[in-house]
Design a protein around this ligand. Structure first.
Ligand SMILES: [Zn+2]
Length: 165
């Protein structure tokens, strides 16, 4: 069988988000010479029809229609590359990587917070009341803090460094 002619119809309807829509339709036909690839020609016709339809809809006076014709590129929250149609906000691999990074960051924040707390305790710069609240233990200052406040002597600082973290 020899395909001698082709025609395509492409229609696109875009909602204006206000109970209306705009529609554009393109009909394109062509004759094929002997030996021309009909599948290739069909692709060309469809591309041409899509370009025509979208070009017309982009001329809409309605902002919502124009916006729908120019959706923002969806990018991965983690790596910044374009997302696939089935991705939400992250690539599957990136979701795992982000989870691990957040765990690392939390651990790092906790570590530096502990170091700061210990440094403040050993320097005696922070009043015991403030330290007690900051440690999130319901206002109960650790025993060692009271000891340090009571003693108030630099010689006690060595003992504080032995506090379990
Ligand atoms: Zn990604």
């Amino acid at each position: 069988m020899q395909v001698t002619s082709l025609s395509v119809t492409l229609e696109k309807r875009v909602s204006d988000s206000d109970y209306g829509s705009e529609r554009a339709e393109a009909h394109i036909a062509c004759e094929l010479s002997f030996g021309e690839d009909p599948v290739l020609a069909l692709g060309v016709l469809l591309d041409e029809a899509r370009i025509c339809v979208e070009r017309e809809l982009r001329k809409s006076v309605t902002r919502e229609v124009r916006k729908r014709l120019n959706p923002p590129l969806r990018l991965c929250d983690e790596c910044g590359d374009p997302l696939g149609d089935y991705d939400q906000y992250l690539h599957a691999g990136c979701a795992e990587a982000q989870k691990e990074r957040h765990q690392r960051e939390r651990a790092e924040a906790e570590r530096s917070w502990r170091e700061r707390s210990v440094a403040e305790l050993t320097q005696g710069a922070t009043p015991p009341e403030v330290v007690a609240v900051g440690r999130g233990n319901g206002g109960q200052a650790p025993t060692a803090v009271f000891q340090s406040a009571a003693a108030g002597a630099p010689a006690e600082d060595d003992d504080l460094e032995d506090l379990p973290l």
